[in-house]
Design a protein around this ligand. Structure first.
Ligand code: GSH
Length: 206
């Protein structure tokens, strides 16, 4: 008997992306919450020297980085078609996944971790304001991409839960989303998706 995969996570953080993907794929998994104050403890650093989630364990295999975890899941479940079907679609999925995993995630992280850049509250506020403007600029690009479409690419893909998770953070941080109607429609559709709901409920954040 094979044991279920184990996903190490913090509630509402980016492991929600591979978790939603596993729900969509029908992949069995268990969840293991990592308390924030244990991220840099020896036991967790032995799994991921960066001390960050997600970490996915599958038997003897320990995977970190969303991009690697999602590619691994795709190799196991190509029938789910979440990486795009042909060459052009696969490149489009990579493009929008990169947009979310790199540009958007890296930028919005500044707002959550501004204390790492300055102890001065005025400088922190300046950094947060500038970053919020940049996040808004990136969301405008995503909003345009979603014009007349349900998903970022021609079909549901690994990029969609990433955009959704970052939108959750943006809403929690009161980023200005006014007038970005395509993004709001996308967010509402994702919120009512059964796989998304299952993932949120298992994390206790529905
Ligand atoms: N590039 C990494 C980013 C991982 C990441 O930023 N994880 C955050 C949660 S969304 C985290 O664990 N932050 C805690 C920390 O780095 O101390 C990936 O895609 O997996």
């Amino acid at each position: 008997m094979t044991t279920a995969m184990k996903l190490y996570y913090m509630p509402n953080a980016c492991p929600l992306v591979p978790q939603i993907v596993m729900e969509w794929m029908g992949q069995n998994y268990t969840l293991q919450e990592v308390p924030r104050d244990e991220l840099k403890s020896p036991w967790f650093l032995s799994l991921n020297p960066l001390g960050s989630v997600p970490v996915l364990i599958d038997g003897d295999i320990t995977l970190t980085q969303n991009a690697a975890i999602l590619e691994y899941l795709n190799e196991l479940h190509p029938e789910a078609g979440l990486h795009g079907q042909d060459l052009v679609e696969r490149m489009e999925v990579r493009r929008w996944f990169g947009f979310c995993n790199d540009d958007l995630h890296r930028t919005i992280s500044m707002i959550f971790g501004v204390g790492a850049y300055s102890d001065d509250p005025e400088i922190q506020q300046l950094l947060v304001d500038k970053t919020a403007q940049r996040v808004r600029f990136l969301f405008e690009i995503a909003d345009k991409q979603l014009e007349g479409k349900q998903w970022l690419t021609s079909q549901r893909s690994i990029a969609d839960p990433y955009l959704y998770v970052i939108l959750r953070w943006a809403k929690a941080k009161d980023i200005d989303l006014s007038g970005l109607d395509n993004l709001e429609r996308f967010f509402a559709n994702m919120n009512s998706d059964p796989g998304v709901q299952a993932a949120l409920q298992k994390q206790g954040v529905a």
